[in-house]
Design a protein around this ligand. Sequence first.
Ligand SMILES: [Zn+2]
Length: 363
Amino acid sequence: MAAWRHLLYCISLVQLRLWRAGALPGIVMVMMLAAGCAGNEIVAAAPNVATSAFTSVEDATIAATPSPIVSDTPPREIAVQPDVVVTTAVAVLTAPPTETPAEAPTVSIAALLPTPTPTATPAPVIEPTPDGVARQIRVPILMYHYLSAPPPGADIYRQDLSVPPERFAAHLDRLLAEGYTTVNLYQVLDALQRGAPLPDKPVVLTFDDGYRDNYENAFPLLKERSMQATIFVVTDFIDEERPAYLTWDMAREMLEAGVSIESHGRNHVSLAKKDDDYLVWQALGSLETIEYELGVRPRFVSYPAGEYDRRTIDIFQSAHYWGGLTTRQGATLDNQRLFELPRIRVRNTTTPDELIRLLTLDW
Ligand SMILES: [Zn+2]
Protein backbone atom coordinates (compact mmCIF):
# COMPACT_ATOMS: atom_id res chain seq x y z
CA MET A 1 0.00 0.00 0.00
CA ALA A 2 2.72 2.42 0.97
CA ALA A 3 4.56 1.61 -2.25
CA TRP A 4 1.60 2.64 -4.39
CA ARG A 5 1.41 5.91 -2.56
CA HIS A 6 5.11 6.36 -2.97
CA LEU A 7 4.86 5.85 -6.73
CA LEU A 8 2.10 8.42 -6.92
CA TYR A 9 4.25 10.76 -4.88
CA CYS A 10 7.15 10.28 -7.29
CA ILE A 11 4.90 10.99 -10.25
CA SER A 12 3.58 14.13 -8.64
CA LEU A 13 7.05 15.21 -7.69
CA VAL A 14 8.07 14.97 -11.33
CA GLN A 15 5.00 16.87 -12.41
CA LEU A 16 5.51 19.58 -9.85
CA ARG A 17 9.15 20.06 -10.71
CA LEU A 18 8.38 20.15 -14.40
CA TRP A 19 5.69 22.69 -13.75
CA ARG A 20 8.01 24.84 -11.70
CA ALA A 21 10.72 24.51 -14.34
CA GLY A 22 8.34 25.48 -17.14
CA ALA A 23 8.53 21.95 -18.58
CA LEU A 24 11.45 23.07 -20.74
CA PRO A 25 13.88 20.22 -20.20
CA GLY A 26 11.13 17.82 -21.28
CA ILE A 27 11.58 14.13 -21.33
CA VAL A 28 15.24 14.16 -20.29
CA MET A 29 14.36 15.80 -17.01
CA VAL A 30 11.47 13.41 -16.53
CA MET A 31 13.74 10.42 -16.88
CA MET A 32 16.37 11.89 -14.60
CA LEU A 33 13.85 12.70 -11.92
CA ALA A 34 12.08 9.39 -12.20
CA ALA A 35 15.34 7.50 -11.98
CA GLY A 36 16.47 9.60 -9.06
CA CYS A 37 13.20 9.56 -7.17
CA ALA A 38 13.64 6.25 -5.39
CA GLY A 39 17.11 7.21 -4.31
CA ASN A 40 16.31 10.80 -3.46
CA GLU A 41 17.38 11.75 0.03
CA ILE A 42 13.98 13.14 0.92
CA VAL A 43 12.32 9.92 -0.11
CA ALA A 44 14.90 7.83 1.66
CA ALA A 45 14.01 9.66 4.86
CA ALA A 46 10.39 8.64 4.53
CA PRO A 47 9.30 5.65 6.60
CA ASN A 48 6.85 4.35 4.01
CA VAL A 49 9.28 3.71 1.20
CA ALA A 50 9.34 0.16 -0.14
CA THR A 51 10.95 0.33 -3.56
CA SER A 52 10.86 -3.42 -4.07
CA ALA A 53 7.09 -3.27 -4.42
CA PHE A 54 7.45 -1.50 -7.74
CA THR A 55 8.07 -4.79 -9.50
CA SER A 56 4.41 -5.38 -10.27
CA VAL A 57 3.69 -1.92 -11.54
CA GLU A 58 4.27 -2.78 -15.16
CA ASP A 59 1.51 -5.36 -15.15
CA ALA A 60 -0.86 -2.88 -13.64
CA THR A 61 -0.33 -0.47 -16.50
CA ILE A 62 -1.66 -2.79 -19.18
CA ALA A 63 -5.33 -2.14 -18.56
CA ALA A 64 -4.98 1.60 -18.59
CA THR A 65 -8.15 3.67 -18.72
CA PRO A 66 -8.75 7.43 -18.78
CA SER A 67 -7.94 8.93 -15.43
CA PRO A 68 -10.30 11.11 -13.42
CA ILE A 69 -7.34 12.20 -11.33
CA VAL A 70 -5.52 13.57 -14.35
CA SER A 71 -8.59 15.35 -15.65
CA ASP A 72 -9.09 16.83 -12.19
CA THR A 73 -5.88 18.80 -12.40
CA PRO A 74 -6.20 22.56 -12.88
CA PRO A 75 -5.74 23.90 -16.41
CA ARG A 76 -2.27 25.26 -15.79
CA GLU A 77 -0.98 21.72 -15.33
CA ILE A 78 -2.12 20.46 -18.70
CA ALA A 79 1.16 21.25 -20.43
CA VAL A 80 2.94 18.83 -18.15
CA GLN A 81 1.67 15.83 -20.15
CA PRO A 82 1.08 13.52 -17.20
CA ASP A 83 0.64 10.45 -19.39
CA VAL A 84 4.18 10.69 -20.66
CA VAL A 85 5.48 11.24 -17.15
CA VAL A 86 3.75 8.16 -15.83
CA THR A 87 4.92 5.94 -18.63
CA THR A 88 8.50 7.05 -18.25
CA ALA A 89 8.52 6.75 -14.48
CA VAL A 90 7.20 3.21 -14.65
CA ALA A 91 9.71 2.16 -17.25
CA VAL A 92 12.64 3.50 -15.27
CA LEU A 93 11.52 2.01 -12.00
CA THR A 94 10.61 -1.42 -13.23
CA ALA A 95 12.69 -2.57 -16.14
CA PRO A 96 16.07 -2.19 -17.76
CA PRO A 97 16.07 0.17 -20.73
CA THR A 98 14.46 -1.28 -23.83
CA GLU A 99 13.68 0.07 -27.26
CA THR A 100 11.42 3.05 -27.05
CA PRO A 101 8.20 2.28 -28.93
CA ALA A 102 7.35 4.67 -31.73
CA GLU A 103 4.20 5.57 -29.86
CA ALA A 104 4.40 5.34 -26.11
CA PRO A 105 1.33 3.61 -24.64
CA THR A 106 -1.04 5.91 -22.86
CA VAL A 107 -1.11 5.15 -19.16
CA SER A 108 -3.28 6.80 -16.59
CA ILE A 109 -2.46 7.40 -12.95
CA ALA A 110 -5.76 5.80 -11.97
CA ALA A 111 -4.74 2.54 -13.61
CA LEU A 112 -1.78 2.34 -11.26
CA LEU A 113 -3.93 2.43 -8.17
CA PRO A 114 -6.48 0.21 -6.53
CA THR A 115 -9.97 1.62 -6.72
CA PRO A 116 -10.30 4.07 -3.83
CA THR A 117 -13.06 3.56 -1.32
CA PRO A 118 -16.06 5.52 -2.55
CA THR A 119 -16.79 8.48 -0.37
CA ALA A 120 -19.36 11.21 -0.32
CA THR A 121 -17.11 13.98 -1.56
CA PRO A 122 -18.10 17.23 0.11
CA ALA A 123 -15.38 19.43 -1.32
CA PRO A 124 -15.45 20.99 -4.77
CA VAL A 125 -12.59 19.85 -6.97
CA ILE A 126 -12.31 22.97 -9.08
CA GLU A 127 -10.68 26.00 -7.54
CA PRO A 128 -13.06 28.94 -7.65
CA THR A 129 -11.94 31.39 -10.30
CA PRO A 130 -11.10 34.70 -8.64
CA ASP A 131 -13.14 37.61 -9.96
CA GLY A 132 -10.12 39.88 -9.56
CA VAL A 133 -11.59 41.88 -6.70
CA ALA A 134 -9.31 42.37 -3.69
CA ARG A 135 -11.49 41.33 -0.83
CA GLN A 136 -11.41 41.09 2.94
CA ILE A 137 -14.12 39.32 4.87
CA ARG A 138 -14.58 38.78 8.55
CA VAL A 139 -14.98 35.08 9.28
CA PRO A 140 -13.64 33.80 12.59
CA ILE A 141 -11.79 30.49 12.29
CA LEU A 142 -11.59 28.79 15.67
CA MET A 143 -8.60 26.58 16.43
CA TYR A 144 -8.99 23.58 18.73
CA HIS A 145 -6.53 20.77 19.46
CA TYR A 146 -7.33 18.05 22.03
CA LEU A 147 -11.01 17.50 22.70
CA SER A 148 -10.72 15.82 26.09
CA ALA A 149 -9.94 16.61 29.70
CA PRO A 150 -6.17 16.87 30.17
CA PRO A 151 -4.77 13.70 31.78
CA PRO A 152 -3.49 13.83 35.38
CA GLY A 153 -0.05 15.40 35.52
CA ALA A 154 -0.40 16.98 32.08
CA ASP A 155 2.08 19.77 31.47
CA ILE A 156 0.99 23.34 30.99
CA TYR A 157 0.93 23.05 27.19
CA ARG A 158 -1.20 19.93 27.12
CA GLN A 159 -3.59 21.50 29.62
CA ASP A 160 -3.87 24.65 27.56
CA LEU A 161 -4.54 22.68 24.35
CA SER A 162 -7.24 20.45 25.89
CA VAL A 163 -10.91 21.39 25.80
CA PRO A 164 -13.11 18.89 27.69
CA PRO A 165 -16.15 17.56 25.76
CA GLU A 166 -18.65 19.21 28.14
CA ARG A 167 -17.06 22.59 27.54
CA PHE A 168 -16.98 21.99 23.78
CA ALA A 169 -20.68 21.09 23.84
CA ALA A 170 -21.32 24.33 25.71
CA HIS A 171 -19.34 26.21 23.05
CA LEU A 172 -21.42 24.69 20.27
CA ASP A 173 -24.73 25.34 22.01
CA ARG A 174 -23.76 28.92 22.70
CA LEU A 175 -22.71 29.45 19.08
CA LEU A 176 -26.09 28.19 17.92
CA ALA A 177 -27.95 30.26 20.51
CA GLU A 178 -26.11 33.38 19.32
CA GLY A 179 -27.09 32.71 15.72
CA TYR A 180 -23.74 31.51 14.38
CA THR A 181 -23.60 29.08 11.46
CA THR A 182 -20.61 26.83 10.86
CA VAL A 183 -19.21 26.95 7.33
CA ASN A 184 -16.26 25.10 5.80
CA LEU A 185 -13.10 26.50 4.29
CA TYR A 186 -14.31 25.84 0.75
CA GLN A 187 -17.27 28.15 1.32
CA VAL A 188 -14.93 30.73 2.81
CA LEU A 189 -12.61 30.51 -0.21
CA ASP A 190 -15.56 30.93 -2.55
CA ALA A 191 -16.62 34.01 -0.61
CA LEU A 192 -13.09 35.42 -0.71
CA GLN A 193 -12.44 34.72 -4.39
CA ARG A 194 -15.83 35.31 -5.98
CA GLY A 195 -17.89 37.09 -3.38
CA ALA A 196 -20.14 34.05 -2.88
CA PRO A 197 -22.63 34.69 -0.08
CA LEU A 198 -22.11 33.24 3.39
CA PRO A 199 -24.74 32.84 6.08
CA ASP A 200 -25.04 35.48 8.77
CA LYS A 201 -22.47 35.10 11.53
CA PRO A 202 -20.34 32.45 9.83
CA VAL A 203 -17.74 30.61 11.88
CA VAL A 204 -15.23 27.88 10.97
CA LEU A 205 -14.28 25.17 13.47
CA THR A 206 -10.80 23.69 12.99
CA PHE A 207 -8.86 21.04 14.88
CA ASP A 208 -5.09 20.73 14.55
CA ASP A 209 -3.06 17.49 14.82
CA GLY A 210 -5.86 14.94 14.24
CA TYR A 211 -6.14 13.54 17.75
CA ARG A 212 -8.31 10.50 18.26
CA ASP A 213 -10.44 12.37 20.79
CA ASN A 214 -11.64 14.54 17.91
CA TYR A 215 -13.42 11.45 16.59
CA GLU A 216 -14.46 10.06 19.96
CA ASN A 217 -15.64 13.29 21.58
CA ALA A 218 -16.02 16.14 19.10
CA PHE A 219 -17.48 14.27 16.15
CA PRO A 220 -20.63 13.00 17.97
CA LEU A 221 -21.33 16.47 19.36
CA LEU A 222 -20.91 18.07 15.94
CA LYS A 223 -23.06 15.42 14.27
CA GLU A 224 -25.89 15.85 16.78
CA ARG A 225 -26.02 19.52 15.89
CA SER A 226 -25.31 19.17 12.14
CA MET A 227 -22.31 21.46 12.49
CA GLN A 228 -19.29 21.52 10.17
CA ALA A 229 -15.64 21.17 11.06
CA THR A 230 -12.18 20.76 9.54
CA ILE A 231 -9.47 18.49 10.93
CA PHE A 232 -5.81 18.99 9.99
CA VAL A 233 -4.10 15.61 10.20
CA VAL A 234 -0.45 14.56 10.46
CA THR A 235 -0.35 11.79 7.89
CA ASP A 236 2.68 9.85 9.12
CA PHE A 237 1.21 9.64 12.62
CA ILE A 238 -1.93 8.00 11.22
CA ASP A 239 0.12 5.65 9.04
CA GLU A 240 2.14 4.66 12.11
CA GLU A 241 -1.13 3.86 13.91
CA ARG A 242 -0.24 5.99 16.88
CA PRO A 243 -2.96 5.42 19.49
CA ALA A 244 -3.43 9.10 20.33
CA TYR A 245 -4.24 9.93 16.71
CA LEU A 246 -7.07 9.17 14.31
CA THR A 247 -7.10 6.08 12.16
CA TRP A 248 -7.84 6.34 8.45
CA ASP A 249 -11.16 4.56 9.07
CA MET A 250 -12.14 7.24 11.55
CA ALA A 251 -11.10 9.98 9.14
CA ARG A 252 -13.09 8.28 6.37
CA GLU A 253 -16.20 8.05 8.52
CA MET A 254 -15.99 11.71 9.46
CA LEU A 255 -15.35 12.77 5.88
CA GLU A 256 -18.46 10.91 4.76
CA ALA A 257 -20.39 12.85 7.41
CA GLY A 258 -19.13 16.15 6.00
CA VAL A 259 -16.01 16.83 8.08
CA SER A 260 -13.13 18.19 5.96
CA ILE A 261 -9.81 16.40 6.36
CA GLU A 262 -6.87 18.63 5.43
CA SER A 263 -3.07 18.61 5.79
CA HIS A 264 -0.98 19.40 8.84
CA GLY A 265 2.13 18.04 7.08
CA ARG A 266 3.64 14.59 7.26
CA ASN A 267 5.27 14.55 10.68
CA HIS A 268 4.62 17.85 12.45
CA VAL A 269 8.08 19.22 11.79
CA SER A 270 8.26 22.99 11.29
CA LEU A 271 7.90 24.13 7.68
CA ALA A 272 9.93 27.31 8.20
CA LYS A 273 13.52 27.68 6.98
CA LYS A 274 13.44 24.45 5.00
CA ASP A 275 14.72 23.77 1.47
CA ASP A 276 12.45 23.12 -1.49
CA ASP A 277 12.92 19.34 -1.54
CA TYR A 278 11.90 19.02 2.06
CA LEU A 279 8.86 21.23 1.58
CA VAL A 280 7.81 19.31 -1.51
CA TRP A 281 8.08 16.10 0.48
CA GLN A 282 5.84 17.58 3.17
CA ALA A 283 3.33 19.16 0.79
CA LEU A 284 2.97 16.39 -1.77
CA GLY A 285 3.55 13.54 0.65
CA SER A 286 0.70 14.55 2.94
CA LEU A 287 -1.54 15.46 -0.01
CA GLU A 288 -1.03 12.16 -1.81
CA THR A 289 -1.55 10.16 1.36
CA ILE A 290 -4.83 11.85 2.18
CA GLU A 291 -6.02 11.57 -1.40
CA TYR A 292 -5.05 7.92 -1.54
CA GLU A 293 -6.69 7.04 1.76
CA LEU A 294 -9.82 9.15 1.48
CA GLY A 295 -10.29 9.74 -2.23
CA VAL A 296 -10.37 13.50 -1.72
CA ARG A 297 -7.46 15.85 -2.31
CA PRO A 298 -6.75 18.23 0.58
CA ARG A 299 -6.60 21.89 -0.42
CA PHE A 300 -5.65 23.57 2.85
CA VAL A 301 -2.62 23.29 5.10
CA SER A 302 -2.32 24.29 8.72
CA TYR A 303 1.36 25.02 9.37
CA PRO A 304 2.67 22.90 12.28
CA ALA A 305 3.35 25.16 15.26
CA GLY A 306 2.22 28.01 13.04
CA GLU A 307 5.69 28.22 11.46
CA TYR A 308 6.16 29.03 7.79
CA ASP A 309 7.95 31.43 5.47
CA ARG A 310 7.71 32.67 1.90
CA ARG A 311 9.21 29.46 0.53
CA THR A 312 6.68 27.35 2.43
CA ILE A 313 3.86 29.30 0.83
CA ASP A 314 5.37 29.04 -2.66
CA ILE A 315 5.80 25.28 -2.49
CA PHE A 316 2.35 24.56 -1.09
CA GLN A 317 0.82 26.84 -3.69
CA SER A 318 2.76 25.05 -6.44
CA ALA A 319 1.42 21.75 -5.12
CA HIS A 320 -2.11 23.06 -5.73
CA TYR A 321 -3.11 23.85 -2.21
CA TRP A 322 -5.57 26.70 -2.08
CA GLY A 323 -4.85 28.21 1.32
CA GLY A 324 -2.81 28.04 4.51
CA LEU A 325 -3.88 28.55 8.11
CA THR A 326 -1.65 30.16 10.67
CA THR A 327 -1.77 30.63 14.43
CA ARG A 328 -1.78 34.40 14.01
CA GLN A 329 -4.73 35.68 15.98
CA GLY A 330 -7.49 37.47 14.13
CA ALA A 331 -10.71 37.07 12.18
CA THR A 332 -10.22 39.22 9.07
CA LEU A 333 -9.45 37.09 6.03
CA ASP A 334 -7.77 38.65 2.99
CA ASN A 335 -7.82 37.12 -0.49
CA GLN A 336 -4.41 38.64 -1.15
CA ARG A 337 -3.06 36.53 1.70
CA LEU A 338 -4.81 33.17 1.29
CA PHE A 339 -1.80 31.31 2.68
CA GLU A 340 -1.73 33.40 5.84
CA LEU A 341 -5.24 33.03 7.16
CA PRO A 342 -5.50 34.00 10.83
CA ARG A 343 -7.40 32.02 13.45
CA ILE A 344 -8.66 32.36 17.00
CA ARG A 345 -7.10 30.02 19.55
CA VAL A 346 -9.52 28.24 21.86
CA ARG A 347 -7.98 27.29 25.19
CA ASN A 348 -8.88 24.99 28.04
CA THR A 349 -9.91 28.10 29.96
CA THR A 350 -12.10 29.57 27.21
CA THR A 351 -15.63 29.79 28.60
CA PRO A 352 -18.64 30.18 26.28
CA ASP A 353 -18.79 33.87 27.29
CA GLU A 354 -15.14 34.32 26.46
CA LEU A 355 -15.63 32.53 23.15
CA ILE A 356 -18.37 34.94 22.12
CA ARG A 357 -16.22 37.87 23.22
CA LEU A 358 -13.37 36.60 20.99
CA LEU A 359 -15.76 36.17 18.08
CA THR A 360 -17.04 39.70 18.32
CA LEU A 361 -13.64 41.38 18.67
CA ASP A 362 -12.79 43.69 15.82
CA TRP A 363 -9.58 42.02 14.67
ZN1 LIG B 1 -0.07 20.99 15.41
